[in-house]
Write a protein that binds this ligand. Sequence first.
Ligand code: URA
Length: 233
Amino acid sequence: MNRDQILKEMGLGPIWKLRQPPKKKKDAASAVAAPVDARTDTRTAAIAAMGWAELQRAVADCQACALCKTRKQAVLGVGDPDADWLFIGEGPGADEDERGEPFVGKAGQLLDNMLAAIDLKRGERVYIANAVKCRPPDNRTPEPGETAACWPFLARQIELIQPKLIVTLGKPAAQTLLQQEVKIADARGQVHDFAGMPLIVTYHPAYLLRSLLDKAKAWEDLCFMRKTMKELR
Ligand code: URA
């Protein structure tokens, strides 16, 4: 598929406008600081010292919240452990719960098309994770307690990957990292800061499947991400 076909597939027109330039890059090498309260219990400390294999096992065995009772399997993430790009969604849906990989359903197909539109590919310089690793029943939004219980896993993923750019997909992921109420329409088009790493907020692909109007905005966001990454290099 060439870019025009991909954009057509996404339902996007070819015209877009870049928003304001990104803020100056900060030192991305600094350690990930927990963005919220004192999650410094022994579990958090143990997770913060894990490598990928231990993390995979800990996530698979996790019983820190009630989502473990209804999941088929926990879904850690997928991709390049040295990725430049880290995309963070909300949580696994039915397809992901079945297959053990994030974004493999319809929203995932759109995410793959979005990545392709800026010459990215799942697994190549890209890592995809979720704010929660277990499927919320009926695909409901994860509750704050569930996101908080899962936070040490995501924090460790970020720390291990040290991505050049973090992209949050949808409100729950944005709020988990920015630790504040987020309205995507207001937060997009800017470079936010997460522990010294640049972070860009955009719409969730599942939302875009329902909201054709915002697909054009998502295309603006993709262009903004690509421009931001170029300026980071
Ligand atoms: N939606 C998400 O937020 N994550 C997935 O992995 C799948 C759908």
